[in-house]
Every structure is written in C-alpha cells, then in structure tokens.
Ligand binder design. Structure first.
Ligand code: AMP
Length: 288
C-alpha cells in the first residue's frame, strides 16, 4: 500500500500522535532519498521494532559544505515512494527546506568530541547539520525507535550521543552495512560513478578486507592495519581523506594497539565522488 505522504511538520506530527493514541510504537528512519537496498533494510528493521513506520526524505542543506554536492544530490520522490511502499512504511515526511529551516530559525545542535575527527575534520559543520536536522525530526515525529546505518558509523555515534545528552526518549539503533554483491557499500552517491570509477571504488572494500584478514591473523598494530587498508586506495582513489583505526565507541585515536575491537574507517574521493566505508575489526565479518 502506498504510504501517506506529508509535507508539513504539523501533519507528520499528527500522524505520529494518532499512532501513539492507538498505542502503536512509532519507528522512524530518516533519509535523504535516492533510496537503495541499504535504506530499505533500515526500514524493515524499524518495522520489526515499531508498529507505525515513518520515513523522512529530506536533502538537508545544513549538512552540506559550500563545495559539496547539495544541488546535484539525486532526487526522485516518485521512485522513492514506490520503494517505501514495498517495505510497508506507513508515512513519508518529505518537507521543503523552508519547513525545517523557516525564517527566524536559530537553533543548532553541536555534539563535542565524537563529531571532531574523521568526517568531522574534513567536512566542517557537517555533523552540526546532521545533529540539528535529526533533533528537529525527532521533535516532529517523537519516535520510540530510530534506525541508522553503520555505513555512516560516526553519524550513528553522534546521533546516539545527542539523544542521550538531550534526554530524548528514543532508542537509536544501528544497522549493519548493506553491500552490493561485489562488496561495495550501497550508497545514493554510487549513482555518480562512471563504470571505471565504480571499478576503482572497490579498492575501499579490498583495503578493508585485507586489513580484516590481517587482524584475524593476529595483527594488532593500528598503523600497520591502516597501511594495509590504504594500499589499494593509493592506486585507485583520486584522493584519500583518511584511513584510520580508532576506538569503536569513543572514536579516540589509538596510539599503537588496536586491541580486541576497533573501528577502521575510510573516506576517499573516486573522481568527484566522496565515498566512505568502515569495518569494526573484531566484530564485523567481511568476505574473503
Ligand atoms: P542517507 O540517505 O545517505 O542520509 O542515509 C540515510 C540512512 O541510511 C543513514 O542512517 C545511513 O547510514 C543509512 N545507509 C545508507 N547507506 C547504507 C548502507 N549501505 N547500509 C546501511 N545503511 C545505510
């Protein structure tokens, strides 16, 4: 069945309020649209955990830098609605920017240390834009549970921290990364890649896999694991933002030893497209 589509915050809130009146638990999945299998997996997870599922589709201008891809970010609401219908979501909130950031809007949410390294260092203001829009969306929907992908691992931690610090009564659930059959993490930005770039993008996966294999064989030196993950990118990426092993909970830098469990996170450009990927060493399995 086609979901109810609303454009206004008041309408979205009314739908969620009505669900709560029926004693239904509201599940929520925020997205920027151009939906793919990763988004749909999050929606199925939220469906399992709640009764009423609201999905937002909003390309949030506040989380894009001035030289980033906000204006060319893929938008296709009709196709997105068909996909949302296929997982049985109840409602889609697809606001215009002026609905979320009306004239006079002046509140921003800034998370501290978790938002500083990795993408925070390369995308100034990005996580402030993310935390602010998610706080607004949580304020509108008032979900009991919200599902985020571990593809954006730092974003998941930032959102979880924000919800905890602001006493928001929402459970923030992380979902495993969904990948194409060849291992590339599904992403709306993969649509930008030419055939040649798509092939080169696999170097992210190869690097993570190689590092995961060495970790499984006992390698614990953080710099060595980074070197191994970086090697295929040196050949294929247009530029590398970071390849870093960090504490998987705090994102603190690790001096030397990755320990029993650590995040290995990668961001690079292939052509003009910025791609990210990660693995939690000691926790995630990742192919051969
Ligand atoms: P976006 O539309 O890119 O803002 O993503 C919306 C949500 O989908 C975020 O929580 C992302 O982490 C999640 N997501 C995007 N790609 C994937 C993927 N390949 N696997 C799992 N979650 C994903």
């Amino acid at each position: 069945m086609r979901p109810t589509v609303v454009r206004l915050a008041a309408e979205a809130r009314a739908l969620c309020d009505a669900a709560r009146k029926r004693d239904e638990r509201v599940g929520f999945v925020p997205t920027m649209g151009a939906l793919h299998a990763g988004h749909l997996a999050l929606m199925r997870e939220a469906r399992r955990r709640g009764h009423f599922l609201m999905v937002s589709i909003f390309v949030n201008p506040a989380q894009f830098g001035p030289n980033e891809d906000f204006s060319r970010y893929p938008r296709d609401l009709e196709s997105d609605l068909r996909k949302v219908a296929s997982v049985g979501a109840d409602a889609v909130f697809a606001p215009e920017p002026a609905e979320i950031y009306p004239p006079g809007d002046q509140t921003r949410v800034r998370v501290g240390a978790l938002a500083e390294p990795l993408c925070g260092a390369f995308r100034p203001g990005h996580f402030e834009g993310v935390a602010t829009v998610v706080a607004k969306l949580f304020g509108i929907a008032g979900p009991s549970v919200a599902v985020f992908g571990r593809k954006d691992y730092q974003q998941l931690l930032v959102v979880r921290q924000m919800a905890r610090d602001l006493f928001m009564p929402v459970e923030v659930v992380g979902h495993a990364i969904v990948r194409e059959p060849d291992g590339l993490a599904t992403s709306s930005r993969n649509a930008y890649l030419s055939d040649d770039e798509r092939a080169r993008a696999l170097s992210l996966v190869r690097g993570l896999q190689a590092a995961a294999r060495c970790f499984a064989a006992g390698e614990r030196r953080a710099r060595e694991l980074e070197r191994i993950a970086r090697a295929p990118l040196e050949l294929s990426a247009t530029s590398i933002d970071y390849v870093e092993v960090r504490d998987a909970d705090t994102l603190a830098a690790l001096d030397s030893d990755a320990g029993a469990r650590a995040l290995l996170a990668v961001a690079c450009h292939v052509g003009a497209t910025r791609l990210i990927d990660n693995i939690v060493l000691g926790e995630d399995m990742m192919g051969p």
